[in-house]
Design a protein around this ligand. Structure first.
Ligand SMILES: NC(=O)c1ccc[n+]([C@@H]2O[C@H](COP(=O)([O-])OP(=O)(O)OC[C@H]3O[C@@H](n4cnc5c(N)ncnc54)[C@H](OP(=O)(O)O)[C@@H]3O)[C@@H](O)[C@H]2O)c1
Length: 216
C-alpha cells in the first residue's frame, strides 16, 4: 500500500486503477488492501518489473570491510530507505547476518543455502527462486521495481540483469576487503546526480547518482 502512495488511485466497486506516469495497474480492492491483477505499460505491453541495484561504493570500488560497511553516512541510509521502502529487496546471507534486524516495510529476500535458518525474511535457495519471489512481491506490493542490495557475491550474480543503479559514491580512502564487481561504465548512462555533500558524522564527501543501462 505504501508503495503506491505517490500514485494516482481511482477506485471502482471492488476494483482500483493505480495510474502512474509509467503504467496503469488494475487491482482488486478487498478488506482495505489492494491485490495486483494486471499492469498495462503505455506501449501496450505488460509492465516489466525492473531490477534495480543499490550500492554505496568508494572511488576504488570498496563496498565492505570485516563483514560490515567501512563508513557511517546517515544520509545514505535514509536514501536507501527511500529507494527501497515498499519494495522487494534481495540480499545475500552474509549481509543479512550482520544486520541488527530485518528491514522494516520491505519484502526482504535472503539468498542462502537451504540448511541456513532465516527468520523474518523470505529464504531463497537460488537466484531463480529469489527472482521469482521478487516478481511476485512486485505484483502484490504494486511496486515497479525490486532492489538488489548486496553484498558483493549477490551484486556479481544479479548485475547482468539489472537495468538501473542507485549509487552513492563516497570519497573514502580507508581499508576495505569487499569490492563491487567491475562496472563497464560505457554500458551505463548517468540519469541524475546530486551535488557533492559532506557528511557531518564522518566528514566524508559523497554523491548520489542514478544510472540506467544503455539500450543495445
Ligand atoms: N556498500 C554497500 O552498499 C553494501 C551493501 C550490502 C553489503 N555490503 C557489504 O558486503 C559484504 C558482504 O558481501 P559478501 O559478498 O561477503 O556476501 P553476500 O553477498 O551478502 O552473501 C553471500 C552469501 O549469500 C548466499 N548466497 C548468495 N547467492 C546464493 C545463491 N544463488 N544460492 C544460495 N545462496 C546464495 C551464500 O551464503 P551461504 O552459502 O553461506 O548460505 C553466500 O556465501 C559485507 O561487508 C557488507 O557490509 C555493502
Amino acid at each position: 500500500m505504501r508503495a503506491i502512495s505517490r500514485h494516482f488511485l481511482i477506485t471502482l466497486s471492488g476494483f482500483a486503477l493505480v495510474v502512474t506516469f509509467k503504467y496503469v495497474c488494475v487491482c482488486l480492492r478487498y478488506d482495505g488492501r489492494l491485490f495486483w491483477l494486471y499492469s498495462i505499460h503505455p506501449e501496450g505491453t505488460y509492465l516489466p518489473h525492473e531490477l534495480a541495484l543499490s550500492v554505496a561504493i568508494s572511488r576504488k570500488g570498496v563496498i565492505g570491510h570485516n563483514g560490515g560497511v567501512p563508513w557511517s553516512i546517515p544520509d545514505d541510509l535514509r536514501r536507501f530507505y527511500r529507494i527501497s521502502v515498499g519494495k522487494p529487496v534481495i540480499i545475500g546471507f552474509d549481509t543479512w547476518r550482520h544486520m541488527p534486524k530485518p528491514l522494516p516495510r520491505r519484502r526482504t529476500i535472503v539468498l542462502a543455502e537451504a540448511d541456513k535458518s532465516i527468520d523474518g525474511a523470505f529464504h531463497a535457495h537460488s537466484q531463480e527462486m529469489a527472482l521469482n519471489e521478487a516478481e511476485r512481491a512486485c505484483q502484490y506490493l504494486v511496486s515497479a521495481e525490486a532492489i538488489v542490495a548486496g553484498g558483493a557475491n549477490v551484486y556479481e550474480q544479479f548485475l547482468p540483469q539489472c537495468t538501473k543503479i542507485y549509487m552513492t559514491e563516497i570519497l573514502f580512502e580507508g581499508p576495505g576487503d569487499t569490492y563491487f564487481p567491475q562496472l563497464l561504465l560505457d554500458e551505463w548512462r548517468v540519469h541524475d546526480e546530486s551535488p557533492r555533500r559532506e557528511c557531518a558524522v564522518s566528514g566524508l564527501l559523497y554523491q548520489f547518482k542514478t544510472m540506467y543501462r544503455r539500450e543495445k
